[in-house]
Ligand binder design. Sequence first.
Ligand code: HEM
Ligand code: HEM
Length: 159
Amino acid sequence: MSEPRERVPAPAEARARRLRAPLLVTLWALLAIEAAGGLVISFARLAAGATPGIALHVVAGFALTLAWAAYQWTHWHRVAPWRPRLDYVLGLIGASSMLLALASGFALAPAWWNARDAATAPPYPAGLSGAHNVMSMFVLTFVGAHLFAVLHRAARARI
Ligand code: HEM
Ligand code: HEM
């Protein structure tokens, strides 16, 4: 008697499973913490000249870096090789922005650490601070656009 074959999940079911994967959910949660924390820092700086919650922002930034590196590695190996498609282009811009947002965040962190006991605000280099701010907006825009393009493509394929 032949062995019962394992059922291959339909593409929509497989994607729904991937969207619920613990690593991806962790990545979204950490990105939300970083985005909300960054927004608070940005507004507080303009309104009161203060930058509250940086310690949480930096610690969650470390965790986000690890979660994203792990996700991106497996994600790329699943979707490789490169294809000239909108979802690939948006994914590449999203991932490049993430790399630059994280790198500029790590470059800013020593100024915060060195001035943690000082009464005055840390001397963040203006160019680096601006680049971090802009890259963080790029991450949210292009990761969102990437996801929209992927889901839109899948919905059209089902019509
Ligand atoms: C994608 C993830 C991240 C997002 C969305 C993000 C977002 C932001 C935003 C919007 C600001 C306010 C910038 C300003 O108004 O000047 C900020 C500040 C800051 N971020 Fe991030 N950040 C991220 C990752 C990180 C990481 C990984 C680190 C360090 C490990 C970090 C360290 C800092 C520091 C030290 C500041 C204060 C300096 C400053 O305001 O220029 N960030 N972040
Ligand atoms: C910040 C980086 C990225 C995030 C957070 C991200 C997230 C996602 C998510 C949540 C999905 C839908 C679930 C799934 O089908 O797995 C997806 C699908 C996809 N991503 Fe990304 N992605 C990123 C970067 C990239 C990059 C760099 C590429 C390629 C250049 C890429 C190519 C794709 C493709 C082709 C799909 C559709 C896969 C399919 O239909 O089976 N992504 N991505």
